[in-house]
Design a protein around this ligand. Structure first.
Ligand code: NAP
Length: 217
């Protein structure tokens, strides 16, 4: 599969490495353009770089991994019809306050899906730290294989992403549609905690809509 990645930071680069190792083609992009990505090119063998628009066009699936406050800067028409993997998290101190999120009325991925209204948005890769992505990937069946939560409204896109997770080293737990994805947003029990499938299911079930855990989570 061709995977375009918008955002060449910690998460974008980690997913790129794993996807390349699994045999996929990957194009990374950032906000400044490919001329600013020579270290990315030399650091990740086999990766391609391009503008954000080129990465969007390149990808059959596209990973959105930019600071959440910038999600509206990605033109929706670039991603029409595509599966968009949304790794973003809302940090009010970084992104500015978004009242509907502060009031727990919607989810970060629902906002992204409302912006990318012709795309199939799948929330994934938000609930694992970037260094853990490369450190915790395991072959299928490994006893210590970690599970990651996935949410989407489109069943086929969700299945495609679950298959990708399996290829790159992770089990998956289907956490429902985008409106349920608050269960693994920031400050919930499943957020960035290494868990196997059963542990992750329990953590998702234990999440409370209006309860945010302390920052150490
Ligand atoms: N870091 C983690 O462990 C982690 C884990 C899970 C989820 N996340 C979430 O994933 C997202 C990205 O986090 P990160 O830590 O990878 O961020 P980061 O290291 O700060 O990198 C952000 C990247 O996004 C690019 N970017 C910003 N605006 C853009 C735009 N409009 N078009 C194209 N590229 C743009 C930046 O490019 P320039 O440098 O050229 O501006 C940079 O390459 C955040 O929402 C974060 O909360 C992070």
């Amino acid at each position: 599969m061709k995977i375009g990645i918008i955002g060449a930071g910690f998460i974008g680069r980690a997913v790129a490495q794993l996807a390349l190792a699994a045999g996929h083609e990957v194009m990374l992009s950032n906000s400044r353009g490919p001329q600013s990505m020579s270290s990315v090119l030399s650091g990740i063998r086999g990766v391609q770089v391009g503008t954000a628009q080129e990465a969007a066009q390149f990808g059959e699936s596209v990973l959105l991994a930019i600071p959440f406050e910038h999600y509206r800067s990605v033109p929706a028409q670039w991603l029409e019809g595509k599966t968009v993997m949304d790794a973003n998290n809302y940090y009010p101190n970084r992104d500015g306050h978004i009242p509907v999120l502060d009031r727990f009325e919607t989810t970060t991925s629902r906002l992204v899906a409302e912006h990318l209204s012709q795309s199939k948005v799948v929330k994934v890769f938000n609930a694992i730290l970037a260094p853990d992505l490369t450190q915790d990937a395991r072959t299928r069946g490994a006893p210590d294989r970690r599970a990651l939560p996935v949410a989407a409204d489109d069943p086929a896109a969700k299945a495609q992403v679950i298959a990708l997770l399996d290829e790159i080293g992770f089990d998956a737990v289907d956490a429902g549609g985008l409106d349920e994805s608050w269960r693994f947003e920031r400050a919930k029990p499943a957020y960035c905690i290494p868990l196997d499938k059963e542990g992750l299911k329990a953590a998702l079930a234990a999440a409370e809509r209006q309860v945010e855990l302390p920052a150490r989570w």
